[in-house]
Design a protein around this ligand. Structure first.
Ligand code: CUA
Length: 180
């Protein structure tokens, strides 16, 4: 038994009205969504504007270490992750690696910071909870986003890009403190 071929000329039939209508609706909707992209960005403050640069993982680690050394104010957690309080308005660095976010950043409410994100090994997902900010973090790329924390408190960082056996343990923290 075999599948019988369709009769000759099967592809040459006029397009049904209903099909044309649906193609038309889909096209109009796609154009509306296309126009919404810049509007969501400009009016809805969605999709953060960001910059990205190439950087060697070792060079990024050196910047993180320098910041930690200068501005460390404590340690916390099982592995004694340094807590760092860099000056308000400065460039701050957060690195991702198997399986941690390093260090804990302490930021001042209402001040803007240039947050640099990069990975030392694989791709990770920077997800701030419960603010629902999501960015991908890549090795070799220094991604810079300008952030202005508006609410004080502890914000959890989880990794939302599967990165191996310890993925679910890859937790970090940003602490926002009220301005003095
Ligand atoms: Cu890092 Cu998942």
């Amino acid at each position: 038994m075999s599948i019988t071929p369709p009769k000759a000329g099967w592809y040459n039939e006029p397009v049904d009205k209903v099909e044309l209508l649906w193609v038309g609706i889909a096209l109009v909707w796609a154009l509306i969504m296309f126009a919404m992209m810049p509007l969501w960005h400009l009016k809805g403050t969605q999709n953060m504007s960001n910059e990205a640069y190439r950087i060697h993982p070792e060079a990024f680690q050196a910047k993180v270490d320098e910041m930690v050394e200068k501005y460390k104010v404590g340690e916390e957690g099982k592995v004694q992750t340094p807590v760092v309080r860099p000056p308000a308005g400065s460039d701050v660095y957060l690195l991702a690696r198997l399986w941690e976010w390093y260090p804990v950043l302490e930021l001042e409410q209402g001040k803007s910071y240039r947050l640099h994100l990069s990975s030392l090994d694989w791709q990770h997902g920077f997800s701030v909870q419960p603010a629902n900010i999501n960015l991908q973090v890549h090795p070799g790329i220094d991604e810079v986003v300008t952030i202005t924390p508006t609410t004080s408190g502890d914000f959890g960082i989880i990794c939302n890009e599967y990165c191996g056996i310890g993925h679910h343990t890859m937790l970090g923290k940003i602490r926002v403190v009220a301005a003095k």
